[in-house]
Design a binder for this molecule. Structure first.
Ligand code: ZN
Length: 497
């Protein structure tokens, strides 16, 4: 059955002690699990426990130990934090959960300006990843082989145990190739035995063709089964699929993973209807990997505590945000996972709401700490990206991906949004709904050209890669495309399954 006792002991010991993993133990566990699944169809008794949290008291004790160790090593080994602790006369060994707040949060700007000062002295940098934030200059984050091997191995375990990924599946990534997620997911997926397809962020018409076209390779489903992308590129695919007359039956998708941007209920429902597959919403970020979260069926974002320490802080004062209030996610990834770019109290910039005291999750992930879903950025008038997207994406007349800009005026913010055809009726509907939702908007202005927005609206779907192919415009064009059909028939005739 799954795993030898020795390997499991080694893995469990690292988990408990907060020390480095032996990467070969993790890789061997992945192989064992895969072999067990192939032979018996299920992981066997006790395997699920590997991914579940121990009891709350033990969890708190482990978190405290991991955090102390992380602070001590980071202060000792990185030029940035070494200097900071020296300048402020704080002994890193004195830091506990209770005194963590005495360490100044680390801003994105600090990391962006001096990335090498966050790299540990003894690190073995292997891969340089760039963040793909839409606000400007990318941040450089170094990763070691240890980090990549460990994180992809653990992702493979999670994909098999929690995600149900199996060797017959075909996983497609439509994310930028500059992201570390590209490497980690490719490795994790192929470790499970499933196939990986880097589709890229190309013309949505080409992507729809790729998702629909039969693959004809042994042991794999006929079409792509899993799609991983950002919310705005998913939006672009939905728009193009609706325009091109595609239907759920054209695709073989079983699961769509959306991350990196705010996913609204309206977009999720529209994508699920178009592609005939559930859309799962997740949270992750290059700088804080492997810390990440999953949105549950009740719409909370659950962030497990075993990979890093997560705080929700007031975005102005950096004091803990009150229940029901907006707060920014501030994350300290543990050094048992990270040994190259080390960060303490990293300010992600991603706004969530602390759950009100009255709201105790009773969902499938209730044991894992939760916040609201990610709300995006917070405007000076306290509007979040999610507030605006919820309003705009409820209207199908407004093209996807949604583009807008908020203009702050003395009497309140004016929302400028791009629509296909500017109509008075649409403005009235939006105004009515904004009033119902109690959004503090002074007015709504629609434009038909993104260039007419008062500020640039960038989304990750804009990280477009070029291809040389001539893409077909619609679903029917694809089906009627003679060359493609001939090729499919030829393959069928040869008997390739
Ligand atoms: Zn929940």
């Amino acid at each position: 059955m799954f795993g030898t006792a020795a390997r499991q002991m080694g893995y469990a010991w690292s988990m408990l002690a907060g020390r480095r993993f032996r990467v070969k133990d993790v890789a061997a566990l992945v192989d064992d699990l895969r072999a067990t699944l192939e032979e018996f169809g299920s992981p066997g008794e006790g395997a699920g426990e590997m991914l579940t949290a121990p009891d709350p008291e033990m969890q708190r004790d482990l978190a405290a130990r991991r955090l102390r160790r992380t602070v001590r090593l980071t202060a000792r080994d990185t030029p940035y934090y070494r200097r900071w602790f020296e300048q402020h006369g704080i002994d890193p060994a004195s830091i506990t959960l209770d005194s963590l707040a005495s360490i100044e949060p680390t801003t994105k700007a600090a990391l962006r300006d001096l990335p090498s000062t966050f790299v540990a002295d003894r690190a073995r940098p292997a891969v340089l990843a760039q963040t793909t934030g839409t606000t400007g200059v990318p941040t450089m984050v170094w990763f070691s082989r240890y980090e990549i091997d460990l994180m992809s191995g653990m992702s493979a375990l999670a994909l098999m145990l929690a995600g149900g990924l199996r060797p017959e599946h075909v996983w497609a990534n439509c994310i930028t190739s500059r992201s570390i997620a590209q490497i980690l997911i490719e490795r994790a997926v192929t470790m499970t035995g499933a196939a990986f397809f880097h589709l890229g962020v190309v013309d949505p018409r080409a992507t729809l063709d790729r998702l629909a076209v039969p693959l004809h390779v042994p042991g794999k489903r006929p079409q792509v089964t899993h799609l991983n992308t950002t919310a705005s590129y998913l939006a672009a695919l939905v728009q193009e699929a609706e325009r091109g007359g595609w239907h759920a039956k054209d695709f073989g998708l079983e699961e769509i993973h959306s991350g990196g941007e705010v996913l609204t209920d309206a977009l999720k429902e529209r994508a699920e209807a178009m592609f005939g597959a559930p859309v799962l919403d997740g949270y992750s970020m290059t700088e804080i990997a492997p810390v990440g979260g999953q949105v549950c069926g009740q719409g909370h974002l659950h962030l497990p505590t075993d990979q890093g320490h997560v705080e929700v802080l007031d975005p102005e004062t950096f004091r803990p945000a009150a229940p029901g209030a907006h707060g920014v996610l501030v994350v300290t990834p543990y050094t048992m996972y990270r040994d190259t770019t080390l960060l303490l109290r990293y300010v992600t910039g991603d706004i969530v709401k602390v759950l009100p005291e009255s709201e105790t999750p009773a969902c499938e992930l209730a044991a894992v700490p939760a916040t609201s879903r990610v709300l995006g950025r917070l405007s000076p008038s306290s509007l979040t990206t999610r507030d605006v997207l919820d309003l705009l994406q409820a209207e199908h007349e407004i093209p996807l991906p949604t583009r807008y800009a908020l203009e702050e005026t003395r009497s309140g913010p004016v929302l400028h949004a791009v629509t296909g055809k500017v109509s008075r009726a649409l403005v009235s509907r939006l105004e009515e709904r904004a009033a119902e939702l109690k959004l503090p908007l002074r007015g709504i202005e629609l434009v038909d050209d993104p260039a007419d927005l008062p500020a640039l609206c960038r989304v990750r779907a804009d990280l477009r890669e070029h291809t040389f192919e001539q893409v077909t415009a619609t679903a029917s064009a694809r089906v009627d495309k003679p060359a493609l059909r001939a090729a499919a028939e030829a393959v069928a005739e040869i008997g390739v399954r």
